[in-house]
Design a protein around this ligand. Structure first.
Ligand SMILES: [Zn+2]
Ligand SMILES: [Zn+2]
Length: 581
């Protein structure tokens, strides 16, 4: 968030509190920070008087009136005693003041117009920066004082705020469109996935149509990786607890990993990551410098015990199927390997129209080098390679000092979807630690044993999350190669049914996913259904078409294409599927 926008948002929280205190006497105001898209303020209203969204227009009107009377925010440092006297009768403010006093922090009051609040600052210089038409109250919610459920439940009023009216309107339009595209709503309407209470929250299941999309995605990434020389492996989904103790995951993520015991009391863990299994595969055979890079790949599910409150659709789940790879390389291979991975990633993203990236390169905290595993020389070289490769790529990037994992630097790539929303997808993580931990080595040209370097990479991240993102990105209008039904055949009358089935069989044999609709004679319903299910192509077959020996082709995206022979239609569809357009 740009600082100035943050200041506008926080200043608006003051303005909201001022309006509320005037309109709802007896209300106690607590805190009001700026947030991602605006601001909020938490209040304790006298019983039964809390406003609802119906009251927003009146509150906004009051805010605009008060705004006209404000010029700036005047700060003043006061003693704890003075502050307590000022906020007498407001136990929330008194608690905050007590804490500030205890921590020996400065206590400041900020006044604008007739309103004064306890605050550490961060306001606009001049209230002219706040545009009266660039904010809007958005919702009311309950919130515990200081986020603790043992405390009183307060009323939180949220507002949206931007630098100007245009930005606010753009935000509202995007939000409206995002609601229509919600992957949970579309997933249900298009029959893609389901969540069963009995199976469990956060454990989505793919329906036949959704599974087609997922299978196509898996096939695509597998074929790309095979072409680049990756080796596919298969591992079990549980392992002895000792494996994760050795890898250090047990200590860090133990609480997140479900465990089970066999009849001898031996403890097994459901895998929350695949790395240690792949390390043991590496160690199963000796390696020479000539064998490297060795790239082990697998599309496999990991299980994480995420909090149930945070589970949602395909985006927050307990089962994540990763397109995981572990690259075992020599130190001199880091550069070409990173370049190859970035190339694969770019090709993959381009296919889905994700052409806008933001890249973060996480490096060590230069002041705290002892916190990290591995030698200075290796780190410096690796960090330079990551930054150089990203630079060559020519996309916006930032270098985040101190954000690297203790075992190596990494690159995180965020893409923008068709609504301009950002999603974190690929992570490329260099690892100097686990090779030591698992004693992974190769025999060098000199005949001696050398430490291998590991790269952890997943291009899609997880299929569940990627599919959730794709559903919203495409608004359910999947390109032909991903569409569960690629073409629907809609015969006009019963006398056309037999021919329709013949055409359907022909297309199916050619490898096209086809739905020959001879369920009933209601032609209009067939066309409506094709539209509702967002099927890319519809073949209409009437008496006239049959006489001429053609079909009439319609496209979801380009409208009526017209009469074509079945051979032409087949060729056209197959080409589009192959081109993945
Ligand atoms: Zn303030
Ligand atoms: Zn890994």
């Amino acid at each position: 968030m740009a600082t100035s926008l943050e200041h506008i948002r926080h200043s608006l929280a003051h303005l909201l509190a001022a309006a509320i205190l005037e309109m709802y006497p007896g209300t106690k105001n607590t805190i009001g920070p700026a947030i991602d898209n605006g601001f909020y303020y938490d209040f304790e209203f006298p019983k039964g008087t809390a406003p609802t969204d119906k009251d927003f227009p009146a509150i906004e009107k009051k805010m605009r009136e008060i705004l006209k009377t404000w010029k700036h925010f005047d700060g003043k440092e006061v003693s704890a005693k003075e502050a307590r006297a000022f906020f007498k009768g407001n136990p929330y403010k008194i608690e905050l003041i007590d804490d500030l006093e205890k921590d020996k922090e400065k206590i400041t009051l900020f006044t604008s117009g007739k309103f004064t609040d306890l605050c550490r600052g961060g306001h606009v210089e001049d209230t002219k920066e706040i545009k009266p038409d660039a904010f809007k109250l958005s919702r009311v919610a309950g919130a515990y004082w200081r986020g603790d459920e043992k405390n009183a439940m307060l009323t939180r009023i949220y507002g949206l705020a931007f630098a100007n009216k245009k930005e606010l309107e753009e935000y509202l339009a995007t939000e409206e469109e995002a609601k229509k595209r919600d992957h949970k709503k579309l997933g249900k309407e298009l029959g893609l996935f389901t969540v069963s209470d009995l199976v469990g929250k956060g454990l989505p299941m793919y329906l036949p149509k959704g599974n087609i999309i997922r299978t196509e995605l898996e096939r695509f990434i597998r074929a790309e990786k095979e072409e680049l020389g990756y080796s596919f492996v298969t591992i079990p989904h549980i392992a002895r607890k000792e494996l994760y103790i050795k890898s250090g995951h047990m200590g860090k993520y133990g609480a997140m990993m479900p465990t089970m015991k066999d009849e001898n009391g031996e403890e097994f863990v459901m895998k929350a990551m695949n790395c240690p299994h792949h390390f043991e595969i590496y160690n199963a055979e000796p390696h020479s410098y000539r064998d490297l890079p060795l790239r082990l790949a697998e599309n496999t599910t990991v299980y994480r015990n995420e909090k149930s409150g945070e589970l949602s659709g395909l985006l927050r789940v307990k089962n994540l199927t990763q397109d995981d790879t572990h690259h075992f390389i020599r130190p001199d291979q880091i550069e070409p390997e990173i370049r190859m991975i970035l190339g694969l990633m770019q090709k993959t993203y381009a296919l889905f129209g994700f052409n806008n990236y933001k890249v973060e390169v996480s490096i060590r905290d230069p002041k705290n080098k002892e916190k990290y595993f591995g030698g200075d020389d290796v780190w410096q070289k690796a960090e330079k390679i990551l930054v150089d490769e990203v630079k060559k790529w020519g996309v916006p990037y930032s270098v985040e000092e101190g954000e690297a994992a203790f075992y190596g630097p990494k690159i995180d790539i965020k893409v923008k979807d068709s609504l301009g929303r950002e999603w974190q997808l690929t992570t490329i993580q260099l690892d100097f630690n686990q090779p030591e931990n698992f004693d992974m080595s190769y025999t060098g040209e000199d005949g001696k044993r050398h430490r291998v370097v590991v790269l952890h990479v997943a291009i899609f991240g997880s299929f569940e999350r990627f599919m959730g993102i794709l559903i919203e990105h495409y608004a359910g209008n999947f390109p032909l190669w991903l569409s569960p039904v690629q073409v629907k055949i809609a015969p006009v009358k019963e006398s056309n049914f037999a021919k329709a089935e013949e055409i359907g069989a022909h297309l199916k044999k050619a490898g096209i996913r086809v739905d020959t609709d001879i369920k009933d004679i209601n032609f209009g319903k067939k066309i409506r259904e094709a539209k509702d299910m967002k099927i890319p192509y519809t073949i209409v077959l009437g008496d006239k078409d049959m006489e001429k020996g053609v079909v009439t082709l319609e496209s979801r995206d380009h409208g009526k294409i017209g009469e074509k022979t079945l051979e032409d239609v087949t060729a056209l569809l197959l080409k589009e599927i192959k081109d993945k357009k």
